[in-house]
Write a protein that binds this ligand. Structure first.
Ligand SMILES: [Zn+2]
Length: 376
């Protein structure tokens, strides 16, 4: 077990969830709203966590979080929060419930509309310390949202925007690998590849932050060493623990900024005509983006190869594509069901995404369209 204070307080280890009643009291939360989705409810995880705490046993549960959180869902959860006179949030699940909880925590303490707080629309300084407390309890190993300052929410007009502020970081993250033991293989692979992508993109980001780079490389090393074990045997406790740490480390380095993979997967995740899983998208897009970035990131690619114990001549993009294949994941966007006609609009949206600015190589809409075609 470990108690870490870096960005926020993190309780990490098997069995840590047992202390959640005291953790709520410590934050002064008496009437929490639980934010979840149908999947975590069906998996019995909500009942399991509620069983650890009388306060949570009595708490209302919002379980209608969509795969990609929406403004409508934030408003519905906020109505439940107000109806029950809540004073804090406990998000249990993957990145979607945690991001949704951040949106609710923001609007529970700040006047709407949600759009006015979007990073790209100048909203960052409008978010103050009055954001209500969130405890994040991840049940997947990938998102890093439990320690991240961003929430990705799709507005009513279809734009998937980032809401970013240090005040949106959950006040406490309880990372208990026990809660990931039942995660199905496909979701272990998809969320795990999200963690891999976070570590790679934050490491490659040109913002200067050596401590964050060291964390990103350590997280990448753990994820690559254990992702196949975790997918093959979900009950492998060591693999589950290492994947949860890798995901946490990916989230700890978000402050460096992500890159072109996320600039593309954000608008793709906002599509209404097809629901695409964030981690799966990243896995499919990563090889083409690595190939595009290579001319600007040769030294860092060499460091990644050294960290992973790969031969100096290894083609990283092809190596990642091989890993994605071994994990049994889709090999292309077309296999995921993406309609080809959306490529120009997604390429335009990627240029405007907040993650595009920290890609190591400047990418135009034409470059993004080429990366989408290469991944199609
Ligand atoms: Zn991600």
């Amino acid at each position: 077990m470990a108690l870490i204070t870096y960005l926020t307080t993190i309780k990490f280890g098997f069995g840590e969830i047992a202390g959640i009643e005291a953790d709520l009291a410590g934050l002064g939360v008496r009437k929490p709203l639980i934010i979840a989705d149908k999947g975590v409810v069906a998996a019995g995880l909500i009942a399991g966590v509620q069983g650890q705490s009388a306060t949570l046993q009595a708490a209302p549960v919002f379980d209608a979080t969509p795969t990609n959180p929406t403004e409508e869902a934030v408003e519905a959860a906020l109505a439940l929060y107000r109806q029950h006179g809540c004073d804090g949030l406990v998000a249990i699940g993957g990145g979607s419930p945690i991001d949704l909880a951040k949106g609710v925590a923001l609007l529970a303490s700040h006047d709407g509309p949600l759009e006015s707080y979007a990073a790209i629309l100048g909203g960052i300084p409008k978010i103050t310390a009055s954001v209500v407390p969130v405890i994040a309890v991840p049940t997947t190993s990938g998102t890093g949202s439990e320690v991240g300052r961003a929430a990705l929410i799709t507005l009513k007009d279809g734009r998937k925007l980032g809401f970013i502020s240090p005040h949106l970081i959950p006040r406490l993250a309880i990372c208990d690998p026990e809660l990931t033991l039942g995660l199905p293989a496909w979701l272990t692979a998809a969320t795990g590849m999200d963690a891999v992508t976070h570590c790679i993109e934050t490491y490659l980001s040109p913002r200067e932050n050596p401590p964050a780079e060291a964390i990103a490389l350590d997280g990448l090393k753990r994820a690559i060493a254990f992702i196949e074990h975790a997918v093959k045997d979900g009950s492998d406790r060591e693999a589950r623990k290492e994947m949860m740490m890798a995901a946490l480390q990916g989230g700890m380095t978000f402050q460096k900024g992500l890159g072109a993979v996320h600039a593309l997967s954000h608008p793709l995740g906002g599509l209404k005509e097809v629901s695409l899983h964030h981690g799966t998208l990243n896995a499919v897009l990563l090889p083409a983006v690595l190939r595009f970035n290579e001319p600007e990131a040769k030294t860092k690619y060499a460091e990644i190869r050294r960290t992973l114990g790969l031969a100096p001549e290894t083609d990283l993009a092809a190596w990642i594509a091989g890993l994605v294949n071994r994990l049994g994941m889709p090999a292309s966007l077309s296999q995921m069901g993406l309609p080809h006609a959306v490529i120009p609009a997604i390429a335009e949206a990627a240029v405007k995404d907040h993650s595009s600015a920290t890609n190591p190589r400047a990418a135009s809409a034409g470059d993004y369209a080429a990366m989408l075609e290469a991944s199609f």
